[in-house]
Ligand binder design. Structure first.
Ligand code: ADP
Length: 467
C-alpha cells in the first residue's frame, strides 16, 4: 500500500488541491447544465418559429409555397438532421421531405388528433430507432386543415456538449498538477517558520540553550509564534539562572551552620572536655539547628505565601493598628541602635487579609530597615490612604542597596554582598512581596547606596463590614 507523507505541508496541499478540484467540478457542472438547457431552449424556439412562419407562408402562398420552401430548406441544410411532414385532418400524410434518414419516425395519430382538436402545438423529445441522437419534434397547425410535423436531431447540441467536456477534461489535466505544485509551494512557505521553530527546539533539546529562531519581517501568525517561542526561551534561561543562583545561595547558607555544627561536635568529642563544656557545645548545636530549621520554615512560608493558600484565613484587618503595633515592638531595637523610629499613620485604614502574614511582612521590613541603618540614623513608617489603595512607606537612612541588586533583593536567598556580615538568610523580602501580592498589592523599592532605602507597600483598601 502506498503510504502518503504525514506532514502538515502535504495535508495542506492535499486539501487545497481537493478544494480546487471541487470548485472546478462545480463550475463545469453549472456551465454544462446551463449551456445544455439554453441550446435545447433555442432549438424548441426555432421549431415554434417554424410553425408560425409556415402558417404565414400558407396564408400567402398556399400549399405549393409550403412545399417549395421545404424543398429549399432541405437543399440548404443537412437533410439527415431534420424532416417535415404535412398531415390532413384524417391523419393522412399529404406531403413530406425526404425521410430516408428518418425511416423509423414513430407514427402518432393520437397526437395529430389532439392538435387538430386543441389547436395547440405539441413539443416532443423522441428517441428515433436506428438514430444515435434524440430528436426534438413539434406538431402544429399551419391552417385549420393542415398540420405540420417537423423536427431536428439534437446531434449538434450533443456535439457542442462533448466538445465542452473534452475542453474541460483537458483543462482539468493541466490545472490540477499546476494547483498541486502551487499548493505545495504555498504550504512549504507557510510551514517554513514552524519547521524552523522545531529545528531550533531540537537543537535546544540537545543542550544549545542560546539558540533562537530568526524573526522574519512579516507580521503573521508564524512571526507571532516565533516571538513567543523566543520570549519563552529567554524566560526559561532567566529562570534557570535564577534557580542556579538560588541553589548556590542555599548551599552557601546551609554550609556555614553545618560547618559550625561539625566544628562544635568535633571539639565536644575531643578529650579533656568538662561536663560544662559539653553542655555548652550541645546548646550551641541546638542554636545552629534552630537557625537551619528557621531557614527551612521560612522557605516553606514563602512558597505558601506565593501559592496564596491563606484565602480561608483572611478577614477585615485594621492595617493602621497593625503598623502602629509593629512600630511599638521594634521601638526598643531601634533605641538600642540609637535610631529614631517615627510613625505617621492615617487612622481607620482597613484591608481584607491574613493578619499573621501582614504582621510578619511589617516585621521583616522594619527589621531590615533597623538592621541596615547605622547608629543615629532614622527610620520612618508612613501610612496613607487614597480612594482605592493603602500605601505604606518604610524609609530608612541606612546603607542603601546597589542599583544592580535592586531588582534581585526580592528573590529567594538573595543577599547583597555588603550585608553578608549581618544576620539573615535572604528570605524576608521574598516573603514580604509574596504576602503583598497575595493581598492583591505589591512592593516597590527605591534606594541609593549609602543614602538609604524606601520600601513602598501598596494594598487595595476595603470597606467591608465588621466581621
Ligand atoms: P535578609 O535576611 O538578608 O535581610 P531579606 O530578604 O530581608 O534578607 O533582604 C535581602 C537583602 O536585601 C538583604 O540581604 C540586604 O542585602 C538587602 N536589604 C533589604 N532591606 C534593606 C535595607 N532596608 N537597606 C539595605 N539593604 C537592604
Amino acid at each position: 500500500m502506498i503510504r502518503l507523507p504525514n506532514t502538515l505541508a502535504f495535508r495542506l496541499t492535499f486539501w487545497y488541491t481537493l478544494v480546487v478540484i471541487i470548485l472546478i467540478m462545480i463550475a463545469f457542472s453549472a456551465s454544462y447544465l446551463s449551456l445544455k438547457k439554453k441550446l435545447n431552449y433555442n432549438l424548441e424556439n426555432d421549431l415554434i418559429e417554424d410553425i408560425l412562419e409556415y402558417k404565414i407562408l400558407y396564408k400567402n402562398e398556399g400549399l405549393d409555397g409550403i412545399k417549395q420552401e421545404i424543398e429549399q430548406e432541405m437543399e440548404w441544410g443537412e437533410e439527415k438532421n431534420f424532416f417535415f411532414q404535412l398531415f390532413d385532418r384524417n391523419g393522412i400524410q399529404i406531403y413530406s421531405s425526404d425521410l430516408s434518414h428518418w425511416k423509423l419516425l414513430p407514427e402518432s395519430p393520437h397526437i395529430i388528433k389532439h392538435v387538430f382538436s386543441s389547436k395547440n402545438f405539441v413539443l416532443q423529445t423522441t428517441n428515433i430507432q436506428g438514430k444515435e441522437y434524440k430528436a426534438k419534434t413539434i406538431y402544429g397547425l399551419i391552417s385549420p386543415n393542415i398540420l405540420l410535423h417537423t423536427g431536428e436531431s439534437t446531434e449538434s447540441i450533443q456535439n457542442t456538449m462533448t466538445l465542452l467536456s473534452n475542453v474541460f477534461i483537458g483543462m482539468f489535466l493541466i490545472v490540477i498538477p499546476i494547483a498541486f505544485v502551487i499548493g505545495w509551494l504555498m504550504a512549504g512557505h507557510a510551514v517554513k517558520g514552524i519547521k524552523e521553530v522545531s529545528r531550533i527546539a531540537s537543537e535546544i533539546e540537545k543542550g544549545k540553550l542560546d539558540r533562537r529562531v530568526s524573526v522574519s519581517s512579516q507580521r503573521d501568525e508564524i512571526t507571532q509564534l516565533v516571538n513567543t517561542f523566543n520570549a519563552m526561551l529567554d524566560r526559561i534561561k532567566v529562570l534557570i539562572f535564577e534557580m542556579k543562583e538560588m541553589t548556590d545561595n542555599i548551599a552557601h547558607d546551609l554550609r556555614s551552620p553545618l560547618a559550625r555544627i561539625r566544628v562544635i561536635s568535633e571539639l565536644a568529642l575531643s578529650n579533656n572536655n568538662t561536663p560544662k563544656n559539653l553542655k555548652s557545645s550541645a546548646s550551641d548545636i541546638i542554636e545552629e539547628c534552630d537557625r537551619l530549621l528557621q531557614m527551612i520554615n521560612s522557605t516553606l512560608d514563602v512558597a505558601e505565601a506565593e501559592a496564596d493558600t491563606f484565602q480561608t484565613t483572611k478577614k477585615k484587618v485594621d492595617i493602621s493598628q497593625l503598623a502602629q503595633d509593629a512600630c511599638e515592638i521594634f521601638e526598643p531595637m531601634a533605641e538600642q541602635k540609637h535610631i529614631r523610629l517615627a510613625c505617621r499613620l492615617d487612622n481607620n485604614c482597613y484591608i481584607y487579609g491574613n493578619i499573621q502574614n501582614l504582621q510578619r511582612m511589617f516585621a521583616n521590613l522594619l527589621d531590615n530597615a533597623i538592621k541596615y541603618t547605622l547608629a543615629n540614623g532614622q527610620v520612618d513608617v508612613i501610612l496613607t490612604r487614597s480612594r482605592q489603595n493603602i500605601e505604606i512607606m518604610i524609609i530608612d537612612t541606612g546603607i542603601g542597596i546597589p542599583e544592580n541588586d535592586q531588582a534581585r533583593v526580592f528573590d529567594r536567598f538573595f543577599r547583597c554582598d555588603q550585608s553578608r556580615t549581618h544576620d539573615g538568610c535572604g528570605l524576608g523580602l521574598s516573603f514580604a512581596r509574596a504576602v503583598a501580592r497575595s493581598h492583591g498589592g505589591d512592593i516597590d523599592l527605591s534606594s541609593r547606596l549609602k543614602n538609604g532605602s524606601c520600601f513602598t507597600i501598596r494594598l487595595p483598601a476595603t470597606n467591608l463590614p465588621d466581621s
